[in-house]
Write a protein that binds this ligand. Structure first.
Ligand code: AMP
Length: 106
């Protein structure tokens, strides 16, 4: 999608500190971390938020599977997986993404 920063990261047009990838999702470090480990898990296909993403079973499975993989690798197993949804809830990038927030690296 034009003018979507996460679509551009998925396409490799904007660099990211990538930590994982599968067929339907990528994971990279948040540029402005709010915890010692702060990763984003992003579906490759554009959905505007988790509600829209939940209707795309393949992308949803890819996101959950990559969440499991990168959280096992990069956190101590104690983490939040958070989807801000809508401006009033703090969403600033309107391409669905889950935040993995952990106080401890593996
Ligand atoms: P949200 O506020 O839930 O929409 O989260 C958007 C997140 O994307 C914020 O935590 C930003 O720090 C992060 N972010 C924005 N641009 C980039 C980027 N180019 N690379 C990595 N993280 C980014």
């Amino acid at each position: 999608m034009r003018d979507c920063i996460f679509c551009k990261i998925v396409e490799g047009e904007i660099p990211s500190d990538q930590v994982g990838e599968n067929q339907g999702a990528i994971a990279f470090r948040d540029i402005n971390p709010e915890a010692p480990v702060h990763l984003l898990v992003v579906p490759k296909s554009h959905s505007k938020n988790i509600s829209e993403l939940s209707q795309d079973a393949e992308s949803m499975e890819a996101v959950m599977s990559l969440m499991r993989e990168v959280s096992e690798k990069h956190t101590n197993g104690h983490f939040k997986f958070l989807f801000n949804t809508g401006e009033e809830a703090g969403q600033t990038v309107f391409h669905a993404h889950g935040h993995i927030l952990s106080q401890g690296a593996s």
